[in-house]
Ligand binder design. Structure first.
Ligand SMILES: [Zn+2]
Length: 441
């Protein structure tokens, strides 16, 4: 009798456990613990934010340049130094045109179209025949203290003088000066890599007419594969795209270098083409805003919204549509945060393939800084919660993007301090990384 009873109760218990467990599993699948019904970033109501605050946040910083009509003509001059760096004949004018200007192929033009959501376009000015230089690159280098030939004005001068560029075509205002407003000049080195942007002014003769023009402009230098490279036929220009985008951002827009050591260190870490030019990735949302491509809505931080519960925000990926927002505390007007969702698959041509990870990037913007390279700070996953003045992103740090499930972010909660050391905002119910992310702000 007792045995039967024990068996029966054990059996019932096991059955109950199985039922309980299976219903628990169902609950986990059916009810996510992140918020799922949110206001789209573009539809955040920021009428309560003062216009003066908006103007300060959106205004173009000193040194940033952008053509009013959103179109930039580009000149490309490939060059070589006979007996030292021979010309790589795989770098034909057709290939240059394809890599730079052909829409719908993942070209340099496509990169800037995607970053600007179609608002900034580069067009073909002229592609020169390869310019043969009168001396070795090493000689140009030996004439300058740093041994960097791009720092020798004679190099830029000799390339332009030996090119087939018809300068008259680019002197749109007829003042005989070829300025940055009129055209961007790219000088393609036969050395297999590298990049630099320099500002020079000198006079050149038009090859056919002999007419004299002053070229007063930014010169973007970058390498194509060298003629001695055994793989010189494979992607001889596009292997270096990330450096070319980086240099063009200097030349066309005046953006600062943000690396401390090449390719990832510095305040913006491995998530900004201006700090990580060795990998494919987008420009950061601060630069996109400051160039006028997006005016993200501004949300007061929860700490400054007493009596208001946090809002669930729906954040689509930045690569496929205008999406980002700003968190701002009126009591601390010298700082704000920018939030963007970075997602590799949302880039049509894989322009984000060099990202370490995917998810929300939170940038802390420090308006007390005057040095342009020090204004934007990545909120690193290892630093959040600390005073942003003490953020210390370093090469080799783990990925810094925010998403539920990331180590330390199992509960989808992030707490951010302001530069006065006080609690500024709490992000809750953050979703896993995805093309559309959610979180309570
Ligand atoms: Zn640079």
């Amino acid at each position: 009798m007792t045995n039967v009873k024990t068996f029966f109760s054990k059996h019932t218990l096991i059955c109950l456990l199985i039922i309980l467990l299976s219903s628990c599993e169902k609950d986990v699948i059916m009810v996510p613990d992140w918020c799922t019904e949110g206001t789209l970033t573009a539809l955040i109501n920021d009428e309560g934010i003062d216009d003066m605050v908006k103007n300060i946040i959106y205004e173009k910083p000193q040194g940033y340049r952008i053509p009013v009509d959103g179109v930039k003509k580009i000149i490309v001059i490939p060059y070589f130094t006979p007996g030292e760096f021979e010309y790589n004949t795989a770098v034909t004018s057709t290939l240059i045109e394809h890599n730079f200007f052909t829409v719908g192929t993942g070209s340099i033009r496509d990169y800037f179209l995607e970053n600007s959501w179609g608002q900034f376009d580069i067009t073909k000015g002229q592609i020169s025949a390869p310019a043969s230089l009168p001396q070795f690159l090493s000689t140009y280098g030996s004439e300058v203290p740093s041994k960097d030939p791009s720092r020798n004005i004679s190099l830029a001068y000799d390339i332009c003088s030996n090119s087939t560029i018809n300068w008259a075509l680019f002197d749109t205002n007829g003042d005989k000066i070829i300025t940055a407003e009129e055209v961007q000049i790219c000088l393609m080195e036969p050395t297999g890599g590298s990049g630099a942007t320099r500002y020079y002014s000198f006079q050149v003769n038009n090859p056919s007419t002999g007419e004299v023009f002053t070229v007063q402009n930014y010169f973007v230098f970058f390498g194509c594969k060298s003629n001695t490279d055994p793989n010189k036929l494979t992607d001889p220009i596009s292997f270096n795209f990330s450096t070319i985008w980086h240099e063009l951002c200097h030349g066309m827009f005046g953006l600062p270098d943000r690396y401390a050591a090449y390719c990832s260190d510095g305040n913006t870490g491995r998530y900004d083409i201006m700090s990580n030019n060795c990998n494919w990735m987008h420009m950061n949302i601060y630069d996109k805003m400051k160039l006028g491509w997006i005016h993200p809505k501004i949300l007061a931080t929860t700490i400054s919204r007493f009596g208001t519960s946090p809002q669930c925000i729906q954040i689509p990926a930045v690569e496929s549509g205008k999406s980002a927002f700003i968190l701002y505390d009126p009591k601390f007007p010298d700082e704000y945060w920018m939030v963007e969702n970075r997602n590799k698959a949302s880039s049509k041509y894989n322009f984000e393939k060099g990202l370490d990870d995917e998810g929300l990037i939170i940038w802390w913007i420090d308006l007390t800084e005057t040095a342009p390279e020090k204004i934007v700070h990545l909120v690193s996953s290892k630093d959040w919660g600390k005073n942003p003045k003490s953020y210390t992103y370093k090469v080799g740090d783990p990925g810094s993007l925010m998403f539920k499930g990331k180590e330390g972010l199992e509960f989808g909660t992030v707490t951010l301090a302001n530069s006065s050391g006080g609690l500024s905002l709490v992000i809750r119910k953050l979703s896993p990384s995805s093309k559309i992310m959610f979180g309570e702000f």
